[in-house]
Design a protein around this ligand. Structure first.
Ligand SMILES: C[S@@+](CC[C@H](N)C(=O)[O-])C[C@H]1O[C@@H](n2cnc3c(N)ncnc32)[C@H](O)[C@@H]1O
Ligand code: SF4
Ligand code: SF4
Length: 355
């Protein structure tokens, strides 16, 4: 419980500021670098050149600025975060301040898990399909088996979930991926591939995606260990196929590029391009003067780190239960070894800062 207390107290303080009308980011995502050891078809990031990366001291400055701005959940990614030689120091600093998660392609996980396990609250390992499909998408033979080996090792030490990106190449395997998660005894988080201009355009076909999302919703309702909420799938289906959009609140999530620059207005628009450095910016002022309203009806992506927090409303009690109480109970249970009645078969925390 000791680890939770500061986050819960800051959460209460944050809620009071929100009730007062302030806009504050809740979740932060940070790319530690663009470089990567894989070559995924749909990914634009490994194709970018890295400039000088931030030092650990600069990372700490960034973390402190995010903490002051109200962030509670921190998620690291890249490129491939395990390529950073100073990854354990960075995660250790994050873990002192935030609920900390990371997403990795798993290639180095088996050998590096001992460097990072003590500083992570949650780990996502990307798997894009059965072995031949995953390796084809990821561009490097053997990447599926390395990722699964790493995941199995990581699972001995901390909470782990598969991160699965749905695209045209793997659309028909979505149910198999949920079965795989169940077999491995981990959760699964899904996202829909976005067509970046500098990567292969693998967004799934409209009708194929609809079937996959309906299947995932049905599996979720039957208790499959899918991390996204029922409301998440319902909202995507309603907005993309029913013409009833969800209101996006991109200000609830902040993304920071490998140079420490804020990515505005969100991860996907402007193709993840950073502006001012976080620690050289008055984030609270920026957050409360930025014209967020123009993105409310966007509905262009289905990124859970934006959609899930955007769905929250105190006026909707079932929503409060699903998003806050259940998530917190699951989280506390996972920290203390207690079991919450609703936790079987999925006892993963609902709120995880994957980006
Ligand atoms: C950019 S990667 C960085 C972390 C790590 N290299 C990995 O693959 O897990 C983070 C996540 O973004 C996903 N991703 C890559 N390209 C994407 C795209 N075009 N649209 C949506 N998600 C994408 C990956 O599948 C992965 O789960
Ligand atoms: S998705 Fe991850 S593993 Fe694949 S190329 Fe992009 S950064 Fe690398
Ligand atoms: S819906 Fe639009 S504004 Fe909201 S996160 Fe997605 S791309 Fe950004």
């Amino acid at each position: 419980m000791a680890v939770l207390r500061p986050i819960l107290l800051r959460g209460i303080y944050r809620s009071i500021r929100l009730i007062g009308g302030e806009k504050l980011p809740l979740i932060a995502g940070h790319k530690l670098l663009y470089s990567c050891n894989l070559r995924c078809k749909m990914c634009p990031f490994w194709r970018r050149e890295d400039e000088r990366l931030l030092s650990v001291e600069e990372e700490v400055k960034m973390l402190d600025s995010l903490k002051r701005a109200g962030v509670l959940f921190m998620g690291f990614e890249g490129g491939e975060p395990l390529l950073r030689r100073d990854i354990s120091q960075i995660l250790m600093e994050s873990n002192k301040r935030f609920h900390t998660s990371m997403v990795t392609n798993g290639w180095l996980l088996k050998t590096k898990i001992h460097e990072v396990k003590d500083y992570l609250n949650f780990l996502f390992v990307s798997l894009d399909g059965p072995p031949h499909i995953h390796d084809l998408i990821r561009g490097i033979p053997g990447s599926f088996s390395r990722a699964v080996e790493g995941l199995k090792e990581a699972k001995k030490h901390l909470d782990v979930a598969i991160s699965h990106t749905i695209m045209s190449e793997n659309l028909r395997y979505v149910e198999d991926m949920v079965t795989l998660a169940q077999k491995l005894g981990v959760g699964i988080s899904v996202q829909v591939a976005y067509n970046y201009t500098t990567a292969e355009k693998l967004s799934p076909t409209r009708e194929g995606l609809r079937t996959a999302l309906q299947k995932l919703l049905e599996l979720k309702r039957r208790g499959a260990p899918i991390i996204e909420s029922e409301g998440y799938f319902e909202s995507v289906l309603k907005s993309w196929y029913g013409g009833h959009g969800w209101t996006c609140k991109p200000w609830l999530t902040i993304n920071v590029d490998p140079q420490g620059r804020v990515v505005l207005p969100c991860y996907v628009l402007n193709e993840y391009s950073g502006e001012k450095r976080v620690w050289e910016t008055d984030l609270v002022k920026l957050w409360n003067t930025y014209p967020w309203e123009q993105f409310e009806a966007c509905n262009k992506c289905a990124l859970a780190c934006y959609l899930e927090p955007s769905l929250f409303s105190w006026r909707n009690l079932s929503n409060v239960n699903e998003r806050i109480l259940h998530g917190m109970f699951s989280y506390i249970a996972s920290k203390t070894g207690l079991k919450h009645m609703d936790d079987e078969p999925s006892d993963k925390p609902l709120v995880s800062a994957r980006v």
